[in-house]
Design a protein around this ligand. Structure first.
Ligand SMILES: [Zn+2]
Length: 374
């Protein structure tokens, strides 16, 4: 996902909004104001129409958030870690780092979102009828009528049986239960997801050409996005399964050179980074490990001070995000690698550096295992 910013925290779940969300916010508000509100409420002034459109759009995104929150809360109840929810151009995603532990858990997590959307749809339609007779009620009736229809559509669309849509997850849960294999279930459910995506692309373009309505291009775009997601989520499941049985000790590069704490940066660049062609080295103060020094850390120091700034001054403090145990799995290592630790982890046991592990190390091992067929 691209750049996003944090808006708050609900039930311990971080809520983030991606910048692409603003595009949708504006498009939706504009469509509402110029299309539905203009025809259904012609007596409203232009300014008032935009105000109502903005209010409605906020409520709509509130609905999307409630949908995602339902998934997240059920997932938490099932013992999964949810790192947050991000709202972006195609709606919302809950960031789960683990897969559900059983088919039943997967089913409950998947169905929670569409059930919430259905509930909201019923609630909105109820409000439509309740508010219509009141003074100024026609405005609310139009707003909640639209919100009801949108939530209904959200529920129906998400229940389509293509992974990773909610309906595809329900399908995967069923297949998982029947076949007792998460990888096989994911492969089939993801194939459904790709087929559904292609159908949406073809259908979207076809109806756009016939009806000349840009809304169909949106459908095609979502279809394209779905095929990409189906493909990558299947690859992730396969990768995860393969990496979950490989210990870090098997994939890491052992016997790494360490940089002495008092060495100045210019010598580190010449004698270590350039000489060994590695972007990161552990820093040792005698026997004591100070941390992992990355090329990016050195780049943040002004070049004219490289001759007297030392590794000790530059290395970031050794926290959990830089280290992993040799017994941990390669999958755990892959998840912990970020740009902050330059995609590398120190493999540490009893305070001693046993090696360094990078993405390249893991991929090299996987390629080898694949060639050997093990
Ligand atoms: Zn959902």
């Amino acid at each position: 996902m691209t750049k996003s910013f944090r808006v708050g925290r609900i039930f311990g779940i971080e809520i983030e909004v991606d910048y692409t969300w603003f595009i949708v916010f504006f498009l939706l508000a504009a469509a509402l104001s110029m299309d539905i509100l203009a025809t259904r409420l012609p007596h409203l002034s232009l300014g008032m129409r935009w105000l109502v459109a903005a209010f409605t759009t906020v409520l709509f995104f509130g609905s999307v958030l409630l949908h995602e929150l339902s998934h997240s809360l059920v997932a938490k109840a099932e013992g999964l870690t949810i790192s947050g929810i991000t709202l972006f151009i195609f709606g919302g995603v809950s960031k789960m780092t683990d897969e559900p532990k059983s088919a039943a858990a997967e089913f409950k997590i998947a169905i929670a979102g569409p059930l919430m959307s259905l509930l909201l749809a019923v609630l909105c339609f109820g409000l439509t009828f309740a508010l219509r007779p009141m003074p100024g009620g026609t405005v609310f009736a139009v707003v909640f009528g639209w919100l009801g229809a949108m939530n209904g559509m959200l529920a129906v669309f998400n229940l389509l049986p293509g992974f990773p849509l909610d309906g595809g997850r329900v399908l995967r849960a069923g297949l998982w239960k029947a076949m007792a294999s998460l990888a096989d279930a994911t492969r089939i459910a993801a194939t459904f997801g790709q087929a559904l995506g292609i159908l949406m692309i073809v259908g979207g373009v076809f109806f756009f050409l016939i009806a000349r309505d840009a809304g169909f291009l949106w459908l095609a775009l979502i279809g394209w996005f779905l095929t990409q997601m189906a493909q990558s989520s299947y690859q992730q499941v396969v990768l995860r399964q393969a990496l979950s049985v490989v210990p870090v000790s098997q994939a890491m590069t052992a016997q790494v050179q360490a940089v002495p704490a008092d060495m100045p940066l210019d010598r580190i660049v010449n004698d270590y980074i350039m000489a060994y062609n590695h972007p990161a080295f552990p820093v040792l103060d005698g026997d004591r490990l100070l941390g992992l020094l990355c090329l990016a850390d050195i780049q943040r120091v002004p070049r004219e001070t490289w001759s007297h700034a030392t590794a000790r001054d530059t290395v970031p403090p050794l926290t959990e995000q830089y280290v992993i145990a040799p017994q941990a799995t390669a999958w755990d290592a892959l998840i912990r690698m970020t740009t902050e630790n330059c995609g590398r982890l120190l493999v540490v046991e009893d305070g001693l550096v046993r090696g360094i592990i990078s993405r390249t190390d893991i991929m090299r091992l996987m390629r080898m295992r694949m060639q050997l067929g093990v």
